[in-house]
Design a protein around this ligand. Structure first.
Ligand SMILES: Cc1ncc(COP(=O)(O)O)c(C=O)c1O
Ligand SMILES: N[C@@H](CCCC[NH3+])C(=O)O
Length: 432
């Protein structure tokens, strides 16, 4: 009935999330409210970590892609689960540094990293910097020299794989702003350049084919393409790259029709293929890095809103307006993403209506879902949007000077605030 195992209906008919009554949460902390389930986050992190150990025997590290949900507490949790993180900005790095996240487990990405960012990343001693362009290799070499350090580098490659997902979140295809293309010999040139730069330690290669992908085949294919490249480098240059970072992108269940594969079958199949190719080409099993983001936090989050307006246009559509919208979840506006909605105070009732959930911004496209099934809504009801743990809080904006909601973490059926709600003064705090 629900899209995620941490959702149920309580005896009072209220929606229960991770053992906690969501209506009480809305009353205590206000709305809109992001609510996260710590046990599920830890289970997901642990499953990825353990699947690498179980199926892959060349050593590896799971680096949680923190762009999916970034705040101090998630870095503390990743640290205590002994996994690494992927960061893509000085802001994510700084937040991780503020909780003393182990530098050697950080993978730093970005297609246009600034000098300020690279300086801080090298100073902190991050494990890997994923270089995206020739000019960045030069810049990295210069900054490393200035800091008298050697920097471990991975090269971001575009393997030429078009995964089945929204075109805006496909990243492995040739026509991409990211990385070095294998097909035109650009990636081989980048290897030569990185090897020639004295302050860089070329450790390996990276690829990320896209996000919200359900099939396992494209991942297996990406591993195949990357390993063939590693073999080609060994043949042509006599240099064996040690690390293979296969990125993230594993899909989750947003609506009942979504059927994501189990993470362990991903690792099982990728490991099998990698071992086959390694044996065939006479390579050493590379150290593997995975970067799951959405699949760690997505289903571990819900958002609670209060219904403030209902408008029925006879024969056309019924709008249910809530006190949030594209400012706390821009994904419908950006990608037409689907979500499952439940009235938290009527969760035991049938979904008898079809409504369009609208946000509160001055923007017709500010919708959270179009023509979705819902219980019979009334003003004052609490509306829950499910599986909002990834790319919601992290993509929230201040459009219309809307304040960002608070984030509450649930553990052992108790709630704690991990990000407080913004105040009006927060909104003007940078204005001069
Ligand atoms: C380089 C890189 N790694 C990892 C991820 C995480 O992807 P996902 O949240 O789909 O697992 C992304 C985002 O798509 C990415 O760009
Ligand atoms: N932000 C996107 C995914 C992009 C992932 C980052 N490379 C989403 O919400 O689906």
């Amino acid at each position: 009935m629900f899209v995620s195992s941490n959702l149920s209906v309580g005896k009072n008919g209220h929606l229960v999330f991770a053992g906690v009554d969501t209506v009480s949460l809305a009353e205590e902390y206000g709305t809109p409210l992001y609510v996260m389930d710590e046990a599920m986050i830890r289970t997901n992190m642990g499953q990825f970590r353990d699947s690498v150990e179980q199926y892959y025997h060349g050593g590896g590290l799971v680096c949680y892609a923190s762009k999916a949900f970034s705040c101090k507490e998630i870095y503390r949790i990743a640290k205590s689960e002994q996994i690494g993180i992927d960061v893509v900005s000085i802001g994510e790095l700084y937040t991780a540094m503020s909780v003393e996240f182990p530098a050697e487990k950080i993978c730093y990405h970005g297609n246009n990293k600034t000098e300020e960012e690279l300086n801080l990343a090298i100073e902190y001693g991050v494990g890997w910097i994923v270089a995206d362009s020739f000019s960045e290799l030069e810049l990295l070499n210069r900054i490393a020299g200035e800091q008298r350090k050697n920097v471990k580098v991975l090269l971001r490659l575009t393997p030429g794989i078009e995964a089945h997902t929204h075109s805006f979140i496909q990243t492995g295809q040739i026509d991409s702003k990211f990385g070095f293309t294998i097909q035109f010999g650009t990636a081989m040139e980048a290897v030569k350049q990185a090897l020639a730069l004295p302050n860089l330690l070329l450790d390996g290669v990276h690829c990320h084919i896209g996000s919200q992908i359900f099939e396992i085949d494209p991942f297996v294919h990406a591993a195949e393409v990357i390993l063939s490249f590693i073999a080609q480098v060994k043949d042509e240059l006599g240099y064996e790259l040690h690390t293979m970072n296969l990125g993230g992108g594993f899909g989750i269940r947003y609506v009942p029709a979504d059927q994501p594969a189990a993470y362990r079958s991903y690792m099982e199949q990728v490991s099998k293929k990698v071992k086959e190719i390694v044996a065939e080409k006479g390579l050493t099993l590379p150290f593997i890095i995975l970067e799951p983001g959405r699949s760690i936090v997505g289903a571990a989050g819900i958002t609670l809103y209060r219904v403030g307006g209902i408008k029925e246009i006879p024969g056309v559509r019924k709008y249910v307006s809530v006190d949030g919208g594209m400012t706390d979840n821009p994904r419908y506006a950006l990608y037409g993403s689907e979500y499952d909605f439940i009235l938290a105070n009527k969760a035991g009732e049938e979904k008898v209506d079809t409504v369009t959930v609208a946000g509160r911004c001055c923007e017709s496209g500010d919708l959270l879902g179009k023509d979705v099934a819902l219980q019979n809504a009334q003003i004052g009801d609490i509306l829950a949007s499910c599986a909002t743990g990834a790319y919601n809080y992290s993509m929230a904006s201040h459009y219309n000077r809307v304040r960002k909601p608070a984030v509450v973490m649930l553990r052992d059926e108790k709630a704690r605030l991990i990000v407080r709600r913004e105040t009006l003064n927060d909104l003007i705090s940078c204005d001069l």
